[in-house]
Design a protein around this ligand. Structure first.
Ligand SMILES: Cc1cc2nc3c(=O)[nH]c(=O)nc-3n(C[C@H](O)[C@H](O)[C@H](O)COP(=O)(O)OP(=O)(O)OC[C@H]3O[C@@H](n4cnc5c(N)ncnc54)[C@H](O)[C@@H]3O)c2cc1C
Length: 238
């Protein structure tokens, strides 16, 4: 029987099945967590709130709050073995974070393409603004950062293909990708001047969408903790 709530579940309101990590009462830390498959019509399962247009970005994906009240599911809906949920979650996150890193590269590429087009078309003081060195600097810096993020992502994915531990490389790719996408989409807005802020150009949406990348699937701070732990070992405050 599942009891509890979870906020902010991407597409939770339109999914037919939800994967739920739940803790057995009385257990602590990484132990006692199991993974279940919950069908949307399971008794006691409810979608309590759906957000679309009011959030900063990612408005094409509904973000749902879910509730479980004495929610009964058949025992064969346990995925894997009882108590293995922590390891399952970490493995899932290690894959999902590569997807986020790749998404960061994607939105940044779109922003750079839009910026490159705009600076060659828009004229100020009789010249395309792409002639001005400070504008060119934003384009050049964007290109370098996108490539660095792409290479970090490919390395993390390659290690996964080889079946090797890639936790450190995944966190590096996700952290850098999220930070890079925020910077690059910001520069894309900047070179568009007032039009970048206006909503008439896609870069405004790219800028808003990029903000989530450092928040979900483990915030930037969580990625830094993972990276530091690989370098320094576990924090003594644990
Ligand atoms: C649009 C959207 C979609 C989402 N989709 C999903 C989904 O599909 N599935 C899902 O499970 N979740 C989803 N989430 C939830 C998301 O993963 C969490 O919001 C995110 O992990 C941060 O957790 P929190 O909101 O509880 O923030 P908190 O944990 O309260 O963090 C607040 C701040 O404190 C910092 N912080 C917290 N702990 C530490 C620490 N130990 N050391 C240093 N700093 C720390 C954080 O980095 C952050 O800056 C989604 C969220 C959003 C907004």
């Amino acid at each position: 029987m599942l009891n509890g709530q979870k906020r902010f579940i991407s597409n939770g309101s339109i999914a037919d099945y939800i994967q739920v990590y739940a803790r057995e009462p009385g257990t602590k830390s990484h132990e006692g967590i199991s993974l279940f498959l919950v069908p949307k019509d399971a008794p006691g399962f409810k979608v309590t709130h759906v957000e679309t247009t009011t959030k900063l970005g990612l408005r094409a994906s509904p973000t749902a709050d879910l509730a479980f009240e004495d929610c009964r599911i058949p025992k064969e809906n346990l995925i894997g073995k009882k108590g293995e949920g922590w390891d399952q979650a970490m493995r899932t996150l290690n894959s999902g974070r590569i997807g986020i890193a790749a998404g960061a590269v994607g939105v940044a590429r779109a922003a750079l393409e839009a910026a490159s087009k705009y600076v060659q078309e828009r004229k100020a003081f009789g010249r395309p603004i792409g002639d001005f060195q400070l504008v060119r600097e934003m384009i050049a810096q964007s290109a370098v950062e996108i490539d660095a993020a792409r290479l970090l992502t490919l390395r993390a994915a390659h290690l996964r293909d080889l079946g090797q531990d890639n936790t450190l490389e995944v966190s590096m790719a996700k952290l850098y990708g999220a930070q890079m996408a925020q910077r690059v989409t910001d520069w894309a807005v900047q070179v568009h001047g007032g039009y970048g802020f206006s909503g008439e150009f896609d870069v405004e949406r790219y800028f808003r969408d990029a903000r989530i990348l450092g928040l979900y699937e483990g915030t930037n701070e969580i990625q830094k903790l993972i990276i530091a732990e690989h370098i320094l070992g576990p924090s003594s405050k644990r």
